[in-house]
Design a binder for this molecule. Structure first.
Ligand SMILES: CC(C)(COP(=O)(O)OP(=O)(O)OC[C@H]1O[C@@H](n2cnc3c(N)ncnc32)[C@H](O)[C@@H]1OP(=O)(O)O)[C@@H](O)C(=O)NCCC(=O)NCCS
Length: 171
């Protein structure tokens, strides 16, 4: 039976093994990794899926920020990676993980959630590229895959997405 648990620091080695298997070791060259360089995942918003003890899925969230042209800093939440074990696709594991993470985001009133991913998958959870067309990242990104969920009112058309410098939560 698949069970969803809050992620613990002790889960990190297993999570890394899963992510290496699903994204490959070059995953660390992706732009998303530059957004969480030196930052640990937020344990209140990160979850693992287990079945009989074995890790079958993971979602992590990280503190992030958007710097506006006027120099204001707006907090965001970076969601990802999301991964399900290769032999457990299509069982609803990623859906359960997304639901757990987003319920936690809403429960604690975390900042709007940003991710880099496929809108055909993440759109079902309320993500869209509508607000992010003018947001710049520290690396290349496919604009159609820069997706935001949350309170978009008041967010600037143009901004710089950066690793959070004010929050360093330790798992
Ligand atoms: C993408 C991924 C997390 C989905 O995990 P999963 O546990 O199989 O997903 P679920 O079972 O909860 O949901 C499956 C549904 O998502 C859809 N789906 C999965 N990946 C999709 C994608 N890239 N685009 C559109 N739909 C997608 C499936 O078609 C299926 O649709 P259905 O419910 O209408 O049948 C998994 O395939 C994975 O780990 N991929 C490798 C890592 C990755 O690409 N992660 C996401 C980017 S951060």
């Amino acid at each position: 039976m698949i069970q969803i648990f809050p992620a613990q620091a002790a889960d990190l080695p297993e999570v890394d093994t899963l992510l290496d298997a699903r994204f490959g070791p070059a995953r660390r060259n992706r732009t998303a990794y530059r957004l969480r360089d030196g930052v640990l995942p937020d344990p209140a918003l990160s979850f693992v899926a287990r079945d009989g003890g074995g890790l079958v899925g993971s979602v992590q969230c990280w503190p992030l920020q958007l710097r506006t042209a006027g120099g204001a800093i707006l907090p965001l939440t970076l969601l990802g990676p999301v991964a399900t074990a290769a032999d457990r696709q299509g069982e609803g594991i990623a859906t359960q993980l997304m639901q757990a993470a987003l319920a936690a985001v809403d429960a604690v009133g975390a900042p709007p959630v940003l991710l880099i991913g496929d809108e055909p998958f993440y759109g079902r959870f309320g993500f869209s590229a509508a607000a992010t067309g003018g947001w710049l990242l520290p690396g290349p990104v496919d604009r159609a895959r820069l997706l935001l969920r949350g309170h978009m009112a008041g967010l600037p058309d143009i901004g710089w997405v950066e690793p959070a410098v004010t929050v360093r939560r330790v798992a």
